[in-house]
Design a protein around this ligand. Structure first.
Ligand code: EPZ
Length: 420
């Protein structure tokens, strides 16, 4: 078990490039199973979630090679549709194998997925979508058993709530189904669009991704493809927040600024300077930050995945910030840890009331999930003294070389073994 040690108070300065998107990667890798030929996926982040998916695909019978961010997936050897329990509890995206295996083989057994502990994360909408496309689905002993003996059949999928995972699973199951599918109330997140682009590059016919109605014309076969995943929206945002937190001057390259509008607007409101170019964002911050109010929303609203790093920044902003977490019930666990660092925060149901303090002081803290880990890194950058963050494996699930990137910008971050 490792811990991260951050000596706060260092100004971040310079240029840093963003890695390929985690949430895109974990949808596109299972999607490669829908092809009849090998696929090459480029710009993948070297993170634990990607390695868990490699293990899953390999155990299903695929041949997977991964080097320098490039993965070759040959799905021709896949003969098994039972996803191993010991791997699926490690990530939410294991649920994408439901749509991918059903779409390919008309059969899937997928344990209920794991993932970050941020409140209840049901999959009822995923199951509803599979049923709408002709699958018989039962949940027994924590495993989803699904089969469509005659193959999947296109249909209308009405999602009761906007769900990224439900939309992705519906697209996966629909693209080789017989006939046409329409997904209503679809999620519009950048990774939904990126997955549709990947599937279309394999010969799928998907229109409307990025709007709330997605139309899929089912194809009998899909062919191999070479495709590069989009840059990570949440890593970009985390680096932007880190720049502001350190009162630094950082240019993040290789990103998509239009994906960042909700965060850029809030940083500007707080008094930071944000300059956007075609594929780069520069964040500068000199004076004290002002408090702001935030409500997390589905895209293009403020992303829940940046709520945690952003609330860390707000703990030192002048005034009172109100943050409303509308997507997950328990995504404030980092704030309890940060109270040990001198922050003044009260959480009432889904609202965090943050009274800005002039500064934080270092303390030993523990990450409870991936973005809580990122939030504690932001807090560590701002705090006086050496912050020790335990449970770094959560951070490694989703950030590629975070401390190397921050160290390159001037942060003082090291790792050490936890004392037992
Ligand atoms: C994706 O999770 C992301 N994960 C999450 O990122 C992200 O927080 C979330 O989308 C929202 O943007 C991946 O892409 C792997 P949802 P997902 O289905 O698909 C409820 C991170 O830090 N819901 O859009 O699981 C659900 O409980 C992670 O990178 C149902 O009720 O999110 C939640 O309240 C964490 N029934 C809301 O919908 C369902 O069947 C949105 O969830 C499905 C979801």
């Amino acid at each position: 078990m490792e811990k991260m040690l951050i000596t706060g108070g260092q100004r971040l300065e310079g240029v840093v490039s963003v890695s390929g998107g985690k949430n895109t990667a974990v949808a596109i890798i299972p999607a490669a199973l829908l092809s009849d030929e090998p696929c090459v996926i480029e710009n993948l982040p070297d993170i634990n979630d990607v390695h868990v998916l490699i293990q899953m695909l390999t155990e299903l019978g695929a041949t997977v090679e991964f080097e320098d961010g490039v993965m070759r997936v040959d799905p021709r050897g896949v003969s098994c549709w039972q996803v191993p329990q010991r791997l699926s509890h490690r990530m939410r995206a294991s649920s994408y194998l439901l749509g991918a295996l059903l779409g390919r083989f008309g059969r899937a057994e997928v344990p209920l997925p794991g993932g970050c502990d941020i409140g209840p994360r049901p999959v009822d909408q995923h199951i509803k979508a599979m049923r709408a496309l002709g699958a018989q689905v039962e949940e027994r002993f924590g495993v989803i058993h699904a089969r469509a003996p005659e193959g999947m059949v296109g249909g209308d999928v009405f999602l009761d709530i906007v769900t990224v995972g439900g939309t992705i699973n519906a697209m996966l199951a629909a693209c080789r189904a017989r006939g046409n599918t329409v997904i209503y109330n679809a999620a519009k997140e950048p990774h939904v669009v990126d997955l549709a682009n990947f599937l279309n590059s394999m010969g799928a016919r998907i229109k409307g991704a990025g709007t709330d109605i997605i139309r899929v014309r089912g194809q009998e076969r899909l062919h191999g493809s070479t495709y590069a995943v989009i840059p990570d929206q949440i890593e970009t945002g985390t680096l932007m927040i880190a720049a502001a937190a350190s009162h630094g001057d950082v240019t993040i390259t290789g990103c998509i600024p239009t994906h960042m509008e909700a965060l850029s607007a809030k940083l500007l409101e707080m008094g930071a300077k944000v300059d956007e170019k075609d594929d780069a964002i520069r964040v500068r911050s000199i004076g004290a930050h002002r408090a702001v109010n935030i409500k997390t929303q589905v895209y293009p609203g403020f992303p829940t995945d940046l709520q945690q790093p952003m609330t860390a920044l707000l703990t030192t902003a002048k005034g009172t910030s109100l943050v409303t977490e509308n997507i997950y019930e328990q995504r404030y666990k980092h704030l309890a840890e940060m109270q040990r660092m001198g922050s003044h925060v009260r959480v009432m149901d889904r609202v965090a009331i943050i009274e800005g303090v002039p500064g934080l002081s270092a303390a030993p803290v523990y990450a409870s999930d991936l973005r809580a880990g990122a939030a504690l890194v932001i807090a560590g950058l701002m705090a006086e003294g050496v912050t020790e963050i335990g449970n770094t494996h959560f951070i490694d699930r989703g950030y590629e070389h975070l401390e190397t990137k921050l160290s390159f910008l001037g942060a003082k971050i090291t790792r050490a073994q936890m004392e037992i």
